[in-house]
Design a protein around this ligand. Structure first.
Ligand SMILES: CC(=O)[C@@H](O)[C@H](O)COP(=O)(O)O
Ligand SMILES: NCC(=O)COP(=O)(O)O
Length: 252
């Protein structure tokens, strides 16, 4: 059975460009509308504790105005849980966050933080918010996510995308494949994301138990050259080709 593979467009770095001058352009809500027109299935936005890009106002307007469901990425803090409960996005993805990091560096340690995460997962789920945990492709973390009651995990694809040597990239991809199969076995919906680009998306999209890819930084950067609509459509086409098995590089 070939499962549908959804594309979630992360619009964080539209806000990065806007915030560079402190104005209102470009507007992440307009980017969300454009993503919908280009065939995206959802919008992802990371409200960081330091608000370096997405702001509280962006979240409020995205929930109110975006025609696509919002996947709110958030740190595991009481502040972020309260914000999520106030805005009620379609989904919330709990991600690790360090103020000094340039971007997300690793996956959430679900196995090592069960006591803190359990009430957050419970309260978000009770509010009708689909909860996912952003974790490294590690079966131990997947088991912990399932025990916490999270229905979804998002596998961190950064090590695969950042690998320079072919053997390292192949090893990291195998970790993702193994984790995606494990997720299926234990009843977790499996997503993936971080660092995906035109040259890396195909082999991840070809993994049949992954049902959603969240992609942002590369899309926004590439849109500088090819426009957001065309860039999203090309990413969508690469995903569909790999998923259908017609991409001869997918197994490379
Ligand atoms: C969790 C993840 O990999 C990204 O969705 C996250 O948003 C990266 O953070 P920045 O967007 O701030 O780079
Ligand atoms: N969770 C991954 C995401 O939303 C986008 O990550 P990136 O493509 O901006 O690295």
């Amino acid at each position: 059975m070939i499962r549908t593979l959804r594309l979630g467009v992360n619009i964080d770095h539209v806000a990065t460009i806007r915030n560079a001058r402190g104005g209102r352009h470009p507007d992440p809500v307009r980017a969300a509308r454009a993503a919908a027109q280009a065939g995206a299935d959802g919008i992802t936005a990371h409200l960081r504790e330091d608000r370096r890009h997405i702001t509280d106002d962006d979240v409020e307007r995205l929930v109110a105005e975006s025609e696509l469901p919002l996947n709110l990425e958030m740190a595991a803090t009481a502040e972020m849980v309260a914000i999520a409960l106030r805005h009620r996005p379609h989904a919330a993805c709990i991600v690790p966050e360090r103020r000094e990091e340039r971007t997300t560096e690793g996956g959430l340690d679900a196995a090592g933080n069960r006591d803190a995460l359990a009430p957050m997962v419970r309260d978000l789920g009770a509010a009708g918010i689909r909860v996912s945990l952003f974790v490294n492709p590690d079966p131990i973390q997947l088991d912990a996510a399932a025990e916490l009651g999270a229905p979804v995990v998002e596998l961190h694809t950064g090590s695969y995308c950042d690998a320079e040597a072919d053997d390292v990239r192949d090893h990291e991809l195998e970790r993702i494949r193994t984790a995606a199969a494990h997720a299926e076995r234990i009843g977790l919906e499996c997503h993936a994301g971080h660092g995906l680009a035109f040259d890396t998306v195909g082999r991840v999209a070809a993994i049949p138990t992954i049902v959603e890819l969240n992609i942002g930084h590369f899309l926004i950067g590439e849109a500088v050259f090819g426009g957001l609509d065309g860039t999203i459509r090309r990413m969508r086409a690469l995903m569909d080709r790999a998923r259908s098995g017609t991409d001869d590089r997918r197994g490379a």
